[in-house]
Design a protein around this ligand. Structure first.
Ligand code: GAL
Length: 432
């Protein structure tokens, strides 16, 4: 059964992001100035590498469709918006919004909506005929009290293991076959270690660790149990969560702490290079774009499967764009929202970015432009149980995910063994 929980959390959300987190870092890499005039200032975190290539492909279509509007790149580097979100909160609170900004569809926008930072764009859904173009599950996730505050450009899957065949060869493990569950996966990591692979698994900074953890929660609680964490039906104090955190602790013992401050791409470099030093990395499917950039082929130089125990579950997130109250060039923003939601924009962007289109009405010719991996992901999205990502804002407020990241950082940087404290802190974080 396909299901998506009501992704927008409780209405009573704290408005300030003062608790955005000490590890949110300083905004850096901002390009361009504020929007205005006939230019449209667009904040994303797609500032470099494969992610920038996706943005560039989208901007090309925007320029073709809008020869009189100049795209102003206001990207802020840092995977998952780790720096962009903090800068945005400062700018929004100071009534200095960009013309549009990237956010995840779902609970992540709830505090911005409650603070009155965003215009209702449901009129554009009628104007651009988007209600017929997007799947109902996505529209439900975007709708808050009958209104919609952002327009999605894509859908990513978060619960994917990227596999280096060269490392697995060392232990005689078949890279095409996913272990049945986390215990079987851990057994394979033990074999890999014994065969001389020093770090069978890699993770990078806090948000990549939270992404790994959410997939372990899905495995150990099942999709329903995981969804229960979001609507209160599953307690963070439960035995199922303890089991998942013990698994997480064990998984972290296979990782290299030297990578804990790295962004996702450097943290999975060994897998991209298939150098045999690292076997697995759990990452969203923006990863294929990085493999493509390195000239690597899926099913040959790398493999992927859902995280063990996540079969039939699609851990979902969708990048979407907003119309902030007080944006200087609202017409430019509307033109941007039109391009990113148009079939041309979605094909150009997603074929490069690795994600699947948010539109479900593309023609067979348009779908044929997508990679084998992406066509497989489209099939999964249409068949699987859909659950929202914690690390990427679909499932919980920014405050909650920031507090979860802090709890995880504390846990992993102190040896990843104090499961009881982690469990308590995650439960408290989820209350935000
Ligand atoms: C996610 C975003 C993806 C990708 C990823 C890594 O939050 O939705 O599109 O950018 O971060 O930076």
């Amino acid at each position: 059964m396909r299901r998506l929980v009501a992704m927008v959390g409780a209405a009573a959300l704290a408005l300030s992001l003062a608790a955005c987190g000490s590890n949110s870092g300083t905004a850096k890499g901002t390009e361009g100035a504020t929007g205005g005039g006939n230019s449209v200032g667009v904040v994303t975190w797609w500032s470099a590498g494969s992610e920038k290539q996706g943005l560039d492909a989208l901007v090309k279509v925007f320029n073709e469709q809008n020869p009189n509007i100049t795209f102003e790149n206001q990207a802020v580097s840092g995977g998952s918006g780790s720096n962009a979100k903090q800068k945005l909160q400062t700018d929004l609170a100071a009534k200095n919004p960009p013309d549009t900004y990237q956010a995840h569809a779902g609970a992540e926008l709830s505090s911005d909506i409650a603070a009155g930072y965003l215009e209702d764009v449901s009129g554009l859904y009628d104007e651009f005929k988007l209600r017929e173009a997007f799947p109902k599950t996505l529209l439900d996730a975007l709708t808050v009290d009958g209104k919609i505050y952002s327009v999605p450009s894509n859908i990513h899957r978060g619960n994917v293991v990227w596999v280096s065949p060269k490392a697995l060869e060392k232990a005689g493990i078949d890279p095409t076959k996913a272990p049945a569950d986390i215990d079987a996966w851990i057994a394979d990591m033990d074999k890999l270690k014994a065969a001389g692979v020093a770090h069978p698994l890699t993770v990078g900074s806090d948000w990549t660790q939270l992404e790994l953890l959410e997939t372990v929660l899905i495995s150990d609680l099942g999709a329903d149990g995981y969804l229960g964490l979001l609507d209160g039906k599953t307690s963070w104090e439960s035995e199922g969560v303890t089991k998942a955190l013990n698994h997480f602790s064990k998984l972290m013992s296979f990782t290299d702490p030297g990578l804990y401050q790295e962004d996702w791409e450097p943290a999975m470099k060994s897998i991209i290079n298939n150098d045999g030093n690292v076997a697995y990395n759990v990452m969203g499917d923006w990863a294929p774009a990085a493999f493509d950039g390195a000239g690597k082929k899926w099913g040959q130089d790398y493999y992927s499967w859902p995280v063990p125990g996540n079969q039939g579950v699609f851990d979902f997130l969708a990048d979407s764009f907003t119309l902030p109250v007080g944006a200087k060039n609202t017409e430019g923003t509307k033109a941007w929202l039109k391009t990113i939601s148009s079939p041309e924009g979605q094909v150009a962007f997603n074929t490069v970015k690795g994600s699947i289109p948010a539109r479900s009405d593309l023609t067979p010719e348009q779908i044929a432009k997508f990679s084998d991996y992406q066509q497989d992901a489209m099939k999964s999205f249409s068949e699987d149980t859909i659950v929202p990502s914690l690390a990427h804002g679909a499932a919980v407020s920014i405050k909650a995910s920031e507090a979860m990241k802090q709890a995880i950082s504390k846990f992993t940087s102190s040896g990843a063994t104090d499961v009881a404290s982690l469990q308590k802190e995650l439960g408290a974080a989820a209350k935000n």
